[in-house]
Design a protein around this ligand. Structure first.
Ligand code: F6R
Length: 265
């Protein structure tokens, strides 16, 4: 697990965008795993800017989102499909028919979840998966106690998560208590994983994710088992880590190594 600690949220977004840019340049038909929430918005804005200035193309890319509310129509303003359209897809050259979000209102949810897993496999698997993290350590909507081997399924949201997300819903508006989310097992099969976290409210979850034991109590801790996971955080989200200096030292050495390897290309 690589931990990258940067000054602020803008630097986190730029670092994450560099990983996606590099991936798409190396493999234009990459399969991208995408997330919603507040954290990735700055990264998406960075990708949109690079696309608009012709530095980056998504024309051949495919994407799969992590999760969706259960019970909202695709065009509902709070659906994650709608979020992705307005925050990314509407502004880049991706073919929208190549973008998938888990089915939030399928007639047969179990069959639809199994199909989503098959679709990911048939696309060749996810090349790079973007993640945020909940204050309770959730990734996707895999809440604490989710099986570390879980697959795409319907999942009940915790009160903490529905409280956190209530800011997006008007008073009295229906807010789903259920979601459909790819599983921790699904996420761990991605070739590369990029988790972003910014702000002090994520410090405890990041501590548990990076330095805690691998436990279903903190779903993000499962990333410790992945061979290519990078945790990109700002100083505020890093405050509870014990080994900050060591992570910064590793990153400085990695940057030197990267430059050396780039010079060989
Ligand atoms: C959303 C998702 C969630 C969020 C997490 C953090 O697709 O997968 O796990 O990443 O709830 O949300 P923000 O970024 O709003 O703090």
């Amino acid at each position: 697990m690589k931990v990258v600690i940067l000054n602020d949220a803008a630097a986190v977004a730029a670092y994450g965008a560099d990983i996606f840019s590099k991936q798409l340049k190396q493999k234009p038909n990459s399969v991208l795993g995408l997330a919603t929430g507040s954290t990735p918005i700055a990264l998406y804005q960075e990708l949109i800017a690079r696309n608009k200035s012709n530095k980056l193309s998504f024309a051949q890319a495919r994407s799969f989102n992590l999760d969706e509310y259960w019970g909202l129509a695709e065009d509902h303003p709070q659906s994650y499909r709608h979020f992705m359209n307005i925050n990314l897809f509407d502004h880049i050259d991706i073919d929208k028919t190549n973008t998938q979000v888990p089915p939030g209102n399928a007639k047969d949810p179990r069959a639809a979840c199994e199909q989503y897993e098959r679709d990911i496999i048939n696309a060749g698997g996810i090349d790079v998966q973007l993640l945020g993290i909940g204050r309770n350590g959730h990734i996707g909507f895999n809440e604490p106690s989710s099986s570390l081997a879980s697959r795409t399924r319907i999942k009940t949201l915790t009160k903490e998560t529905t409280d956190d997300n209530s800011r997006f819903f008007a008073a009295g508006e229906f807010q789903p208590q259920l979601s459909v989310t790819t599983g921790i097992g699904t996420i761990l099969e991605s070739k590369k994983i990029v988790l972003l976290a910014t702000g002090a409210s994520k410090a405890e979850a990041i501590k548990a994710c990076v330095e805690g034991p691998i436990t279903a109590s903190c779903p993000a801790s499962a990333l410790q088992m992945h061979q290519d996971a990078v945790i990109i955080i700002d100083e505020a989200a890093a405050t509870q880590l014990s080994d900050i200096d060591f992570y910064k030292h590793i990153e400085a050495e990695n940057q030197k190594l990267e430059k050396m390897l780039e010079a060989l290309e």
